[in-house]
Design a protein around this ligand. Structure first.
Ligand code: PEP
Ligand code: MG
Length: 965
C-alpha cells in the first residue's frame, strides 16, 4: 500500500500562482522518477476541466486520463504554502498534494485524507505548520471524541422483522442487541413493557451506560404478539432517551407507526426517525458494481457527484464489499472515503420524489465507466434509442438567432417547456386540502433554504431569501385557507390567490414593486408543482444544450452548469443583463431564437454555433463529423490560449493592447489575475449594492475595494460608480415608474439626486487606493455639466482627505455610452483623465434598439458602421489629448469585432473572465497594419452584415485564426 513520508513534504514554500505550484510539484515528481516531462502541463489541463480544490485549504492536482502514459510509478508530493495561492473560484490553497497514480495504490491515502478533512479544523493548522513531520501528523485521522452521554441508536442496535413466539423471547433478543448480561439483563426481562400506541411497545431499565435497541416484528397472526409491530428497549439512568422517544412519538402522533416499522433497512429506519413523518419522501435503493479499472479515485468520483447533484433526492452510498458507513453521494470528499476499488459493490440509497430516476442515472454513469475508457466486458448496457426525439426533424435543419456567447456545442437538446398543471377545482375534505397545502409550503420552504445554503452568489442568495419571505406571507396563506374552507381544492385556491396577487403587483406604479410580480409567479409555480405532484422536468444527467423560452431568476440561480454544453433562449438580447451573466459562464449561447425551437423534441441532437449564430438540428453524419473537427480545433486553440494567458497581448507586428476583465464583485479580482487579465477594466459596483439590504457604509466599501486592489497587486483597477436605474433597481430605494427607464434617471443622473451616495463611494475609493493605480469611471454621462459636477465633488472629497493619505494616482474618467458624448468627445477629452466605451448602451441608444428586446437583437449589433464611427471619434479625440481609451461592452469579446477594435486604436479591451485568454490569443494572430486597413474599410461599409462579411473574408484569406476550412 502507498504511504507518505516526510521526504515527500516541503514546508514554507513561497510561490505566487497555481501554475508555478503545479509545475514545481511536477518537476519534483519527475526528479524522483515518478513521471515523465509534460506531467505539469497535463495537471494544468485537468485544472481547466475541473478545479481540484478539496476544501479547508487543500488542493489535489492530478493528471488527466490521457496523461496516464506519462506516469512511471505512483508518487505524491506535498507543498505547504503558508501565504496561500489562489486556486480559482475564490479558493486559496495552503497545502497542495500533487498526485501521479498509475494504479489504485494511492486510494487508501486519499481516503484517509478525505476522512481527515471531514473532521474539520485543518485550515488554521496547515497555515502555521513549520516542518514536514508536523504536516504529516496533521494528515493523520484524529481519534473520534467520546460519544455524548445520550441514548444513541445505531444500525447495530436495530433488528428488523425478527421472529419471536412471545414477549419475553422478544425482550431477550433486545437484551442481546443492547449487550446486557447478568443483573442488567434480568432487570430488563422483568420490567413490564408498556404499549405506547399503534403496536409499538417500550421496555426500560436503569443502568449507568445509556443504550437503546429497536426491533420490528415479523409475526404470524396466531402468536401472542400478533398486534405488535415494534419494541423499543432502553437502558437509562436519567432522561438520555428523551430525544429518541420524541422522534418515535412524532410517528405515532401522525398515525404512521406501522409505516415506520416497515422501513426496509436499519439505516432507512434511522433516517425516518430523524426526519419525522411529515418530511418522509419516497425511498429507493440500488446495488451497483465499480467497473473502473482503478476504482473510484477523484475523477470518476467527481463524475458520480455531478450526476447525483442533478437530482433533488438525498442520495447516500456505502461500500458493501468493505461493509463501510453511509456517505453522501453529493460530496466529493465523502465519496473518496468509500475506498472503492474495481469490483466493489456499492449500495446507493435515494430518498425523494426523483430518487428512482437518480438511481437509474447513477447506474448509467457507472455502466459508462464514469467517463473513463477502461473496458469492462460482461455488462448489459441500459437500453437507449439512438434516434430519440429526432424522427420529426428534417436532417440539418437550421434555426438562427443572435450570439450571446461564442463557441461551438454539440449534443442533445433539453427543451425546457414550462409545466402545465391539471387539478380539480373543488374538494370534499377541507382538512385533507389544508394538510396538503401546509406540506407543500413546508417542502417549498426547505427547498429554498437548501438552495440558499448551496449557492455562493450574494445576489442569488438574497433572491432566495426574498422568495422564502413571500412564502411566509400570512395574508397570502390566510387567503388560500379561506378559499379551501369554502370548498376549493388546495391547488385551485393557491393558484387563484397567486394569480390575483401577481396581477395586482404587475399593475403597481412603483417599477420595483411591479417587477416583484415575476418572483410571485415563480414562487407560485414551485408550490403548484408540489401540490399537483408534478416534478419540474429535471435537466438530464448527461451533457446537454438547454433550450428555454425565457430565463427566470430561479432558473439562473439553480442552474447546475456541470452538464451544460450550451444554451438557447427565445427571449432576450445579446447584451441584456441576463445574457451577460450567462455569457460570463463561458458557455456558447444564442438568444432571440425562433419560438419554433420550443416544439423540437428533447433529445434531438443539435450543433450550436456561436460563430454563425445558428442552431443546426438533427445534423447528418457528415455535418456532425465536420462540426466535431471544428470543435476539436477550438478546444486546442483554447488550451493553447490558456497556456499563454499570462503573456502580453501583442500583434504579429508588435502592437500591444491591454486585455482586462469585467467583474461584478471584488472577490473576482483574484480570478482576474488567475485568468491572465492585465487588470480589471470594469468593476460594476452596482451589483454589490444591489445584493445588500441597505447602502454599504464608507468603511465597508473601503474594505471591499481594498481587497480588490490587494488581489490585483499593482495591476490597474477601473471601478465604475453606481449605475443604478434602468434595468438595475435597488431594492431599498424604490423609484417611480418611468415610461422609458433606459432613457430615465439612471447612473450619474440618479447620483445627482443622491450626491451623498457618490460622495461616499469616492471617499471609500480614495481611502482604499493609497498610491495604487485606481481609475474611477462615471456611468451615463451625457452632458459636460454632469461631468463637471462629479469632478467638483471628487476634488472636494480628495481635498477633505488628510494630505498624507491622499491618493495621487487616482484618475477620474467617464463611460462613453451615450452617443452625444462620442459626438462631443473633444470637449470631454480636454477635461477627463480617460474614456471607457460601453458599446452595450452605445448601440442601444445610437440604434434606438432596446438591448433586452429579443425582436431587436439582430438590429442592436455593435458592428454597425455607425457604432464604429462613434468609437473612432472617441479614440481620436482621446489620443489627440494624450488620454487613454478602453472598451468594456460585450463587443470586445466578439472575435469578428476584435481586428476592427485593434485597428481603431483602442488602448484596452475589457471582457468577461472566461474570455480573457482567448481574446489575448486572438490579438496575437493579427497584424496591426492589416487591422487598421480593415477598420478603414469597415467604416465605409453599408451595414453590420457587410462588416462581418468583410472580417470573415480577411480571416479566411490570411488563415489567421482557428480556420474551419
Ligand atoms: C455598456 O453599456 O457597454 C457597459 C459596459 O455597461 P453595462 O452593460 O453595465 O450597462
Ligand atoms: Mg452601460
Amino acid at each position: 500500500m502507498f504511504s507518505l513520508s516526510v521526504s515527500d513534504i516541503q514546508t514554507g514554500v513561497t510561490l505566487s500562482d497555481k501554475t508555478s505550484v503545479i509545475q514545481a510539484l511536477a518537476a519534483w515528481l519527475q526528479q524522483d522518477g515518478h513521471v515523465a516531462t509534460g506531467y505539469g502541463d497535463d495537471m494544468l489541463a485537468r485544472e481547466m476541466q475541473t478545479s481540484t480544490y478539496l476544501g479547508q485549504g487543500v488542493a489535489i492536482p492530478h493528471g488527466t486520463q490521457n496523461g496516464r502514459r506519462l506516469i512511471k510509478r505512483t508518487g505524491i508530493k506535498v507543498m505547504q504554502l503558508p501565504q496561500g495561492v489562489p486556486w480559482g473560484n475564490g479558493h486559496t490553497a495552503y497545502l497542495v498534494l500533487a498526485i501521479a497514480a498509475d494504479s489504485d495504490a494511492h486510494l487508501a491515502l486519499l481516503q484517509q485524507l478525505a476522512r481527515r478533512l471531514l473532521q474539520g479544523g485543518l485550515l488554521e493548522h496547515i497555515m502555521t505548520c513549520r516542518d514536514p513531520a508536523a504536516v504529516l501528523a496533521l494528515l493523520q485521522v484524529q481519534s473520534e471524541p467520546a460519544p455524548a452521554a445520550r441514548c444513541q441508536l445505531t444500525p447495530a442496535h436495530i433488528a428488523l422483522q425478527v421472529n419471536a413466539g412471545s414477549l419475553s423471547e422478544l425482550v431477550t433478543q433486545a437484551c442481546d442487541l443492547l449487550g446486557l448480561e447478568g443483573r442488567a439483563k434480568s432487570a430488563l426481562q422483568q420490567s413490564s413493557p408498556l404499549h405506547i400506541g399503534q403496536g409499538w411497545w417500550l421496555c426500560q431499565t436503569q443502568g449507568a451506560t445509556p443504550g437503546a435497541a429497536l426491533l420490528t416484528l415479523n409475526t404470524g397472526p396466531d402468536t401472542e404478539l400478533a398486534s405488535m409491530v415494534g419494541l423499543l428497549a432502553l437502558q437509562v439512568s436519567d432522561l438520555e432517551h428523551k430525544a429518541l422517544l420524541d422522534q418515535l412519538s412524532r410517528w405515532l402522533a401522525a398515525g404512521k407507526g406501522a409505516e415506520l416499522a416497515g422501513e426496509p433497512s436499519a439505516e432507512a429506519l434511522l433516517a425516518a426517525l430523524e426526519q419525522g413523518p411529515e418530511q418522509r419522501p419516497p425511498y429507493y435503493e440500488k446495488t451497483l458494481q465499480v467497473y473502473n479499472e482503478h476504482g473510484l479515485h477523484a475523477r470518476p468520483s467527481a463524475m458520480l457527484v455531478h450526476t447525483a447533484k442533478s437530482f433533488t433526492a438525498e442520495i447516500q452510498v456505502r461500500n458493501l464489499t468493505l461493509d463501510g458507513p453511509w456517505v453522501s453521494a453529493k460530496n466529493l470528499m465523502q465519496m473518496i472515503t468509500l475506498g472503492a476499488s474495481a469490483g466493489h459493490e456499492l449500495l446507493f440509497r435515494a430518498t425523494g420524489a426523483d430518487g428512482e430516476q437518480a438511481l437509474a442515472a447513477l447506474a448509467q454513469s457507472m455502466n459508462d465507466n464514469l467517463g473513463e475508457s477502461s473496458p469492462v466486458p460482461q455488462r448489459d448496457p441500459e437500453p437507449t434509442d439512438p434516434a430519440a426525439g429526432s424522427s420529426q426533424i428534417p436532417a440539418n435543419m437550421s434555426i438562427s438567432g443572435v450570439t450571446a456567447s461564442y463557441g461551438l456545442a454539440i449534443g442533445p437538446l433539453f427543451v425546457d417547456v414550462p409545466l402545465e398543471f391539471d387539478y380539480p377545482t373543488q374538494a370534499s375534505d377541507a382538512t385533507v386540502e389544508l394538510q396538503a397545502l401546509s406540506q407543500a409550503l413546508a417542502r417549498a420552504r426547505s427547498e429554498l433554504a437548501a438552495t440558499q445554503q448551496r449557492i455562493k452568489d450574494p445576489q442569488a442568495k438574497e433572491l432566495m431569501a426574498m422568495h422564502r419571505e413571500l412564502l411566509a406571507d400570512a395574508s397570502l396563506t390566510s387567503g388560500v385557507q379561506c378559499r379551501i374552507q369554502r370548498g376549493q381544492s388546495a391547488a385551485n385556491a393557491w393558484w387563484s390567490e397567486i394569480d390575483t396577487l401577481t396581477r395586482q403587483q404587475a399593475a403597481n406604479k412603483d417599477v420595483l414593486l411591479a417587477d416583484r410580480a415575476m418572483d410571485i409567479r415563480d414562487v407560485g409555480h414551485r408550490v403548484m408543482a408540489l401540490l399537483c405532484h408534478r416534478q419540474p422536468v429535471q435537466p438530464p444527467s448527461h451533457p446537454y444544450i438547454w433550450v428555454a423560452r425565457e430565463i427566470s431568476p430561479s432558473q439562473l440561480v439553480n442552474l447546475d452548469i456541470s452538464q451544460l454544453l450550451g444554451w438557447v433562449s427565445v427571449g432576450g438580447g445579446a447584451s441584456s443583463h441576463s445574457a451577460i451573466l450567462a455569457a460570463a459562464l463561458g458557455i456558447p449561447a444564442l438568444v432571440a431564437v425562433d419560438e419554433a425551437v420550443m416544439a423540437v423534441p428533447s433529445g434531438t441532437t443539435a450543433i450550436l454555433d456561436g460563430a454563425t449564430a445558428t442552431l443546426c438540428l438533427a445534423p447528418d453524419a457528415t455535418l456532425l463529423a465536420q462540426a466535431r473537427g471544428w470543435q476539436q480545433q477550438e478546444q486546442q486553440a483554447r488550451a493553447k490560449a490558456w497556456e499563454q494567458r499570462q503573456q502580453a497581448a501583442i500583434t504579429l507586428d508588435g502592437h500591444a493592447i491591454e486585455v482586462a476583465a469585467n467583474v461584478a464583485n471584488t472577490e473576482e479580482a483574484a480570478d482576474a489575475v488567475e485568468v491572465g487579465a492585465d487588470g480589471i477594466g470594469l468593476l460594476r459596483t452596482e451589483f454589490a449594492f444591489m445584493a445588500r439590504r441597505q447602502l454599504p457604509e464608507v468603511d465597508e466599501q473601503q474594505t471591499m475595494y481594498q481587497a480588490a486592489l490587494d488581489a490585483l497587486a499593482e495591476r490597474p483597477l477601473v471601478v465604475r460608480t453606481l449605475d443604478i436605474g434602468g434595468d438595475k433597481p435597488l431594492l431599498y430605494y424604490p423609484m417611480a415608474a418611468e415610461d422609458n427607464p433606459a432613457l430615465g434617471v439612471r447612473g450619474v443622473r440618479l447620483c445627482r439626486q443622491q450626491p451623498e451616495w457618490l460622495a461616499n463611494q469616492f471617499r471609500a475609493l480614495l481611502l482604499a487606493a493609497g498610491t495604487r493605480p485606481l481609475h474611477i469611471l462615471l456611468p451615463m454621462i451625457t452632458d459636460i455639466s454632469e461631468w463637471r459636477w462629479a469632478k467638483e465633488l471628487f476634488d472636494s472629497i480628495q481635498a477633505d482627505i488628510q494630505a498624507d493619505i491622499q491618493a495621487p494616482s487616482v484618475k477620474l474618467g467617464i463611460m462613453v455610452e451615450v452617443p452625444a458624448v462620442a459626438l462631443n468627445a473633444e470637449v470631454f477629452a480636454a477635461e477627463v483623465d480617460f474614456f471607457s466605451i460601453g458599446t452595450n448602451d452605445l448601440a442601444q441608444y445610437a440604434l434606438a434598439a432596446d438591448r433586452g428586446n429579443s425582436a431587436l437583437a439582430a438590429l442592436a449589433d455593435g458592428l454597425n458602421p455607425a457604432i464604429l464611427k462613434l468609437i473612432r471619434m472617441t479614440v481620436s479625440a482621446a489620443h489627440q489629448q494624450g488620454k487613454w481609451v478602453g472598451l468594456c461592452g460585450e463587443l470586445a469579446a466578439d472575435p469578428v469585432a476584435l481586428p476592427l477594435l485593434l485597428g481603431l486604436g483602442l488602448d484596452e479591451l475589457s471582457v468577461g473572465l472566461k474570455q480573457v485568454a482567448m481574446v489575448k490569443s486572438h490579438v496575437r494572430q493579427w497584424r496591426f497594419s492589416d487591422c487598421r486597413q480593415l477598420a478603414e474599410q469597415a467604416l465605409m461599409a453599408t451595414d453590420a452584415t457587410a462588416v462581418r462579411t468583410l472580417v470573415m473574408q480577411a480571416q479566411n484569406n490570411s488563415a489567421v485564426t482557428d480556420s474551419r476550412e
